[in-house]
Design a protein. Structure first.
Length: 303
């Protein structure tokens, strides 16, 4: 008796072959892909890159002294001697705008980095150790949180004389509380999970668990917080300079606005152009922060 031929089963069209390995995309690659698909984030990145390019390459292409008198006082924009006009002293607004971006961006970036470093360190210790250490560090955080940030920064700058270093330190010292609370919450969430207990079981020390095990997993929201801290630091520096507490020897956008505030009606361009530069920069940083939040948040990536 003839045995029936056995025909191998053919998988339906479109089905994956059993021998085909599933390719799992790395979370970093997936987050970068989601970030690049966000139109607002791309616009923000383009705006920030343009500001950085002008502030960094501008003084190289257009070397000048921002404090030099280059035109008659209160010269309106689009004049032959001053393309964007001159302020009440006759300083070229375009030159001061280009050179002022360097100090403003430097203070914003370094102050944000300092505040994030303080916040992550204190928040990590509080969330990981808990108990008395958590209570003590949170009381310190609450003290700085209820302290008038602008008033405290003004006192620090006044005591140690206005300079880029003192302004940066003052902003960093008063701006870390939000990052500390966010870091503490992330460490409280992760410290009891299986992979952390496994590290303790194999003899890993507290320093390794804090900095090499928990912190990399808690980074996504902290990256977003650090990005937004840059914009807040830029506004803070502009506020101090507007009040006359910036470095008088370093041109900045806040100093431009503060020195010309009495002539805003007769010399609006000396206030409007640096104000627009601050607005564009902070807006760009905010758009990048929103894009990073959407890209790094797994719940938002599933939408």
């Amino acid at each position: 008796m003839t045995q029936p031929a056995i025909v191998p089963a053919v998988p339906p069209a479109g089905a994956a072959s059993p021998r085909t390995a599933l390719k799992v995309e790395h979370p970093t690659v997936e987050a970068l892909r989601m970030f690049l698909r966000n139109p607002s984030a791309i616009v923000g990145m383009a705006m920030l890159l343009a500001v950085l390019l002008i502030s960094i390459a501008g003084p190289i292409v257009y070397p000048a002294d921002p404090f030099e008198i280059r035109a008659a006082p209160l010269t309106p924009p689009f004049s032959e001697d001053a393309w964007l006009g001159s302020d009440y002293l006759g300083r070229d607004v375009l030159t001061t705008l280009i050179y002022g971006g360097r100090a403003t961006l430097l203070v914003g970036a370094v102050a944000a980095l300092l505040s994030v470093a303080i916040g992550i360190t204190l928040g990590a210790f509080a969330g990981y150790y808990g108990g008395r250490i958590d209570n003590a560090l949170m009381r310190i955080t609450e003290f700085f949180q209820v302290l008038p940030a602008l008033l405290f920064a003004m006192v620090v700058v006044t005591l140690f004389s206005p300079s880029l270093i003192t302004v940066t330190l003052a902003i960093g010292v008063v701006s870390w509380t939000g990052t500390a609370r966010l870091t503490r919450a992330e460490f409280l969430k992760y410290r009891g999970l299986e992979f952390v207990r496994a590290e303790r079981a194999i003899g890993a020390g507290n320093a390794r668990i804090i900095w090499k095990v928990i912190l990399p997993n808690a980074l996504p929201p902290l990256v977003v917080s650090a990005t937004l801290a840059v914009g807040a630091a830029i506004l803070f520096e502009a506020g101090l300079s507007f009040l006359g507490l910036g470095d008088p020897n370093q041109m900045s956008w806040g100093l431009m606005i503060g020195s010309s505030r009495q002539y805003v009606l007769s010399c609006w361009w000396a206030v409007a152009f640096p104000g627009a530069a601050i607005f564009i920069t902070v807006l760009a940083v905010s758009l990048i922060g929103d894009g990073l939040n959407d890209a790094l948040n797994p719940k938002l990536r599933e939408r």
